[in-house]
Design a protein around this ligand. Structure first.
Ligand SMILES: Nc1nc2c(ncn2[C@@H]2O[C@H](COP(=O)(O)OP(=O)(O)OP(=O)(O)O)[C@@H](O)[C@H]2O)c(=O)[nH]1
Length: 429
């Protein structure tokens, strides 16, 4: 089923395991548009209900199925937000859609456990909902550390983050925070108070920044102090952001969301910078950067190293005979075999049809590369009813040199010999 053709369906089912969303909205066109956007953007399956009664029936028939609900508060059979009672009774977290906004309404919606409220009339309302639902789903795998000496503040922050589906770890002071952080390296963000016994927020921050950069760990300072310089001091010491007490739930949620998104954006850019887009292997730049570190570590301890350069034979002919797409599939096919054999080592695509491997051990290395060559020679790429056979040539060296470049040069010379001696062979001198 194509994504663009399915907006007429009440239930959009994706091929992937993705959470299901209950969308309660009586305006059909809006409901179907939002459902299609959620599916296009995140592959989320969406079930639409247009009345309170229908929503009740669906929840009864599918208990525990929905990740959350997005609900209009003004429905034909429930014009005054009565749907919230249905959702809270079913313990279904929800985002409220409202046609109008005032402070009292906001307080009422939020006090009844809404994750967020969205004013329907604004231009970006539906984009906001789609991004928010995606963020909340990512939050289920996101861990945040809360450090505050006040038990009530810890409990309040924990509850605010829990509503956002975030996993929360707590600590009573900076020192306990450091211990938890080193124990749980999957913590992505820290909310840290300033004044605390044992270790304060500044000392925590300077200790953390000796090991982890702003990109590796986001830290948001929190303080209720009258001192207006505190926010600047936190930021200068390496905090990503600062929140002054008292703050609203919305401010905390927005700042946490923004910082997590910034980190994820940087991570994505870093991934692109260091990986080959086609095969997903490390690229040339990453191979030289990571390879140099590995090389220096091993040379220091006099550990033997091996470097191989591998090239697909007559690759141009594959492109010419079967087309460029078939060439791409062949490159991916080979990359997968390479990972199967050498996934635990440093493996990269360093050129068009050229790959490199750096291994920090030398036991059976020649036999392992010979096994790789034989595997490729006996494999067939099946693409669009075409069967493509191909071979590889390998230049290998186990002679330690002054640097990684020198070892690669030797491996390359051996590859050249393999090519000139008829291809489909391993040369290791
Ligand atoms: N499909 C596809 N082709 C690529 C890609 N990168 C480089 N190539 C092609 O790879 C081919 C490499 O050709 P050559 O350097 O002549 O090498 P070869 O045909 O493999 O011959 P030998 O190495 O001598 O065995 C060129 O035609 C490039 O256009 C890619 O990402 N995808």
């Amino acid at each position: 089923m194509s994504k663009s053709n399915n907006t007429h369906l009440n239930t959009i089912v994706s091929d992937h395991i993705a959470p299901e969303i209950l969308l309660i909205e009586d305006q059909h066109s809006l409901a179907h548009m939002t459902a299609a956007m959620l599916y296009e953007r995140w592959d989320f399956a969406v079930t639409i209900a247009t009345t309170k009664q229908q929503a009740q029936d669906i929840i009864r028939k599918k208990p525990g199925v929905f990740f959350l609900a997005v609900s209009d508060l003004n429905l034909p059979d429930a014009p005054h937000g009565e749907i919230i009672d249905v959702l809270t009774a079913a313990k279904l977290p929800f985002i409220a859609l409202t046609g109008m906004f005032n402070e009292q309404m906001r307080n009422d919606i939020m006090s009844r456990g809404a994750i967020d409220y969205v004013l329907k009339d604004t231009i970006n309302a539906y984009e906001y909902i789609v991004e928010l639902v995606g963020r909340l789903h990512k939050n289920t795998l996101t861990k945040v550390l809360v450090i505050d000496d006040s038990a009530s503040v810890r409990a309040m922050l924990q509850e605010m983050l829990r509503i956002q589906f975030i996993q929360v770890v707590t600590a009573e002071n900076g020192r306990e925070g450091i211990t938890k952080l080193w124990q749980q390296p999957d913590i992505k963000l820290v909310l840290v108070d300033h004044e605390m016994p044992v270790m304060d927020g500044f000392t925590f921050l300077s200790t953390v920044r000796r090991k982890l950069s702003k990109v590796q760990l986001a830290v948001i300072g929190i303080s209720g102090s009258e001192n207006k310089q505190l926010s600047a001091q936190f930021l200068k010491m390496g905090a990503n952001d600062f929140i002054a007490k008292p703050f609203s739930y919305e401010e905390l949620a927005c700042r946490v969301r923004q910082n997590l998104e910034m980190q994820e954006g940087i991570e994505a850019v870093r991934y692109i910078a260091f990986h080959d887009y086609l095969t997903g292997l490390l690229n040339r730049r990453a191979f030289f950067e990571q390879g140099a570190v590995l090389f220096n570590q091993n040379i220091k301890h006099a550990n033997p190293l091996a470097v191989a350069v591998i090239d697909i034979d007559f690759f141009k002919k594959i492109n010419d005979a079967y087309g460029h797409d078939a060439g791409d599939i062949t490159l991916k096919h080979f990359a997968a075999i390479l990972v199967e054999h050498f996934g635990a080592n440093l493996v990269a695509r360093i050129g068009g049809e050229e790959f490199a491997v750096l291994i920090d051990e030398t036991t059976n290395v020649e036999a392992r590369f010979e096994a790789l060559r034989l595997h490729v020679a006996s494999a067939i790429v099946d693409f669009n009813n075409m069967q493509i056979a191909y071979t590889i040539s390998i230049g290998l060296t186990q002679q330690s040199q002054s640097g990684l470049n020198a070892m690669l040069k030797l491996a390359d010379t051996n590859l050249y010999t393999a090519k000139n001696s008829g291809r489909n062979q391993l040369v290791a001198v």
